[in-house]
Design a binder for this molecule. Structure first.
Ligand SMILES: Nc1ncnc2c1ncn2[C@@H]1O[C@H](COP(=O)(O)OP(=O)(O)OP(=O)(O)O)[C@@H](O)[C@H]1O
Ligand SMILES: [Mg+2]
Length: 214
């Protein structure tokens, strides 16, 4: 049976989404990661390659026929129209695959990680029962993000500035995971949230079973 509870997990760059998702997965939740799906769609033979070629030509593909990420980044950075066209190709494919995988999950609740959920809420809201937001201070987001390979503080600042603001994310949250402390504090919060979701999932499954059988 498909999970009775669907949780969208989001948070700003470097907030700790992947860490929280890993912890929930260890506790037994199935996790669908939209970044992984987007990457697969734009790899060699990925479903997005043909429409991307039709829209942008071969210049944005590499020799293996995968998306040339650096070339595409340059293009969409300079051309807002191009960014919209790329998103119009990718987003419906990402959403469709995410929903398929969520439906195929067999855990009591399923988690879908959507980094830009606040920006794309209209597409996801009706498919989600709860929205969990990982929250931390912007200074901490910047510090963690700047440590990434190939990143520096200026790039981290630019990405942060382009995303929804912290209060815009918090405004859509049903559940807030405060990632202000060390990893063991985070694990404690995540374990409590997992217990809550199991309870919600059991209650929803029960309600469905209580429906008259006709
Ligand atoms: N409470 C914490 N204590 C120490 N390190 C942490 C904590 N939370 C996250 N980190 C580390 O900070 C970095 C960013 O965390 P993570 O990758 O989970 O963030 P993210 O929200 O998935 O980022 P992105 O938006 O780039 O995908 C990682 O290296 C992670 O191990
Ligand atoms: Mg991540």
């Amino acid at each position: 049976m498909a999970p009775s509870l669907r949780v969208g997990l989001t948070g700003g760059i470097g907030s700790g989404k992947s860490m929280v998702a890993d912890m929930l997965a260890e506790l037994g939740a199935e996790v669908v990661d939209t970044d992984v799906i987007a990457h697969a769609l734009t790899s060699a033979h990925g479903e997005a390659i043909a429409p991307i070629r039709a829209a942008f030509g071969d210049a944005v593909l590499d020799r293996e026929d995968a998306l040339d990420r650096a070339a595409m980044r340059r293009l969409v950075f300079a051309d807002e129209q191009a960014r919209r066209r790329l998103e119009a190709i990718l987003h419906p494919l990402i959403l469709r695959q995410s929903l398929q995988r969520m439906h195929a999950a067999r855990s009591p609740y399923v988690v879908v990680v959507v980094p830009l959920l606040a920006e794309h809420l209209h597409a996801y809201r009706s498919h989600l029962d709860r929205i969990a937001v990982v929250d931390c201070e912007e200074t901490e987001q910047l510090r963690r993000t700047a440590l990434r390979p190939g990143m520096d503080l200026d790039q981290a600042r630019a990405i942060l500035a382009a995303q929804s603001k912290r209060d815009e994310r918090l405004a859509i949250a049903d559940d807030v995971i405060e990632n202000f402390g060390d990893l063991s504090a985070l694990r404690g919060s995540v374990t409590r949230l997992h217990a809550t979701y199991l309870r919600f999932a059991a209650e929803r499954a029960q309600k469905k079973l209580d429906l008259p059988l006709h």
